[in-house]
Design a protein around this ligand. Structure first.
Ligand code: GLC
Length: 514
């Protein structure tokens, strides 16, 4: 059935690192507005903006102090309105990031809860508990924060509050009707402003198991392990998304919800996408797959098979602001380019993280003094700080900050990035930027690349993936040697130069008309 989002290519903008209009070294909304034509030309359908709300920035804006206000470092509500209006004029949709699991410790409700003390009504909107042990010196349970350390912090009056992330990010109590009402109202606020949808942060975390039971000492926090955790993916969470769906559907124009849900399996993720819940969920199972034909094929089949029964599109994600950039994860630019063409050939919706279209690598040698990530992030099978994938985008020029702005950049960009800038790559047919542009152009024009929820696998040598979708064929050689395969048609696009049509280059993906 129709729905713009079913096959959409959605581009993630990380506002502080995209484009800086006022020379303070931090990206902002006006910078984003001025670069919308670039995104249009790239050929994406929608733009997801990571948080720009009023925030003390303890977790780069994922700690929201006011869900209806813009942080001055990013601009004003007027600027947000301008981004949405200009995007719409270019036929680009805007998805805003909603952070419902927790707020900032500077949110009015939390400040009031702290002031008013134990037993007062505002405390019930969070998870406040007395401690255990003599004098309540021990946290109420043994849960660990995703950022390391106990998931509880003690306040001066002796109570403890729960935070699955940083201590500056107190978790809301989603059993409380005031919390539920407030978020429906926040949804309406942004829908009224024209937002086309929401990316829902930690969508799987809102509901906690009754009684907040201990995890058990020896259990490791592996978010993608196949374990059931008392603070993630609880069945009660689905009731919330059903009520949000009713709000989304009150609005014309196909407004959507995208779940950031780490669950033990693709089938559990599909539950968020039942027809009366959300529209998409990030495919972290795919993101965590290595550049290996067999593993990729398994992940592709598993993803498609899980989504088909609920009628939701699969999504494909290679990079985002929380994980090591895929060029670095996969070990080379060739593989990154091949992985991109493979992703863009699959049915469903694809996410592109800013800078991956330039082939940017993770910056691994940032000095400690410049890093801002609060702590180790123990999700998605990685353990580490996330600054290296958040380095500001190089737009042009020979000197840092390479057109990012006029006043430096909050994280230093490597000198080699002059050669990776948008200006340096534009018009160079061998560049990664032109590869993405060409791929998105073909994807748009080619009917077989649109519809559908499956692929037809073709026989292929070991290490090679080959599938058909109508008159379109995709082959991906994940090995580091060229592989002979009779050309399945006429080559449309190749991630590495095709010297001979029936010799697939090492680490390459080729699109064929056949
Ligand atoms: C999500 C965000 C991540 C943030 C965390 C806490 O995983 O993507 O950046 O730190 O939620 O809000």
């Amino acid at each position: 059935q129709p729905g713009w989002w079913r096959e959409a290519v959605i581009y993630q903008v990380y506002p502080r690192s995209f484009a800086d209009s006022n020379g303070d070294g931090m990206g902002d909304l006006e910078g984003i507005r001025s670069r919308l034509p670039y995104l249009k030309e790239l050929g994406v359908d929608a733009v997801w903006l990571s948080p720009f709300y009023a925030s003390p920035q303890a977790d780069a804006g994922y700690d929201v102090a006011d869900y209806r206000a813009i942080d001055p470092m990013f601009g004003t509500l007027h600027d947000a309105d301008a981004v949405i209006r200009e995007a719409h004029a270019l036929d680009l949709r805007i998805i805003v990031d909603l952070v419902p699991n927790h707020c900032s410790d500077q949110h009015e409700w939390f400040k009031q809860a702290l002031r008013e003390g134990p037993g007062t009504p505002l405390r019930e909107r969070f998870h406040f508990r007395p401690g255990r042990g003599a004098g309540g010196e021990e946290p109420p349970n043994d849960w660990e924060s995703i950022f390391g350390g106990p998931a509880w912090t003690r306040v001066p009056d002796g109570e403890w509050y729960l935070h699955l992330f940083a201590p500056e990010q107190p978790d809301f109590n989603w059993e409380h009707p005031a919390v539920q009402d407030e978020f429906r109202s926040i949804l309406r606020f942004w829908l009224d402003l024209g937002a086309d949808g929401f990316r829902i942060d930690v969508a799987h975390g809102l509901v906690k198991a009754p009684g907040l039971p201990d995890l058990g000492r020896d259990e490791q926090l592996k978010l993608l392990g196949n374990q059931v955790l008392p603070f993630f993916d609880q069945d009660g969470v689905h009731e919330i998304y059903r009520s949000w769906r009713l709000v989304l559907d009150e609005y014309a124009g196909d407004r959507i919800g995208v779940a950031e849900a780490w669950t033990p399996s693709a089938d559990r993720t599909a539950m968020y996408l039942r027809p009366d819940e959300l529209h998409q969920a990030f495919n972290f199972h795919y993101l965590n797959t290595d550049w290996d034909a067999e593993a990729l094929r398994g992940a592709i089949d598993d993803s498609l098979d899980s989504m088909r029964p609920v009628g939701a599109p699969t999504t494909w994600v290679l990079s985002n602001h929380d994980v090591v950039r895929h060029r670095t994860r996969f070990g080379s630019l060739e593989r990154a380019r091949a992985a991109a063409l493979l992703m863009l050939a699959l049915p469903g919706s694809a996410y592109v993280y800013q800078g991956e279209e330039l082939g940017l690598p993770e910056v691994t040698d940032l000095p400690d003094e410049v890093r801002q990530d609060p702590s180790f992030f123990k999700a998605n099978g990685q353990d580490g700080l996330r600054d290296g994938c958040r380095v500001p985008i190089p737009w042009s020029g020979e000197e840092a900050p390479y057109g990012f702005g006029t006043g430096g950049s909050w994280l230093p960009q490597p000198a080699e990035w002059a050669g990776l800038s948008v200006a340096a790559q534009t018009g160079d047919p061998a560049s990664t930027l032109e590869l993405y542009r060409a791929a998105l152009r073909i994807r748009r024009a080619h009917p077989a690349l649109g519809a559908g929820d499956g692929v037809e696998w073709l026989p292929a040598p070991e290490g090679v993936l080959a599938f058909r979708r109508g008159d379109f064929v995709c082959t991906a050689n994940t090995t580091d040697v060229p592989v002979r395969l009779p050309a399945p048609g006429t080559a449309l696009l190749s991630s590495t130069d095709l010297a001979e049509p029936d010799l697939l280059p090492a680490d390459s993906t080729v699109w064929w008309q056949g």
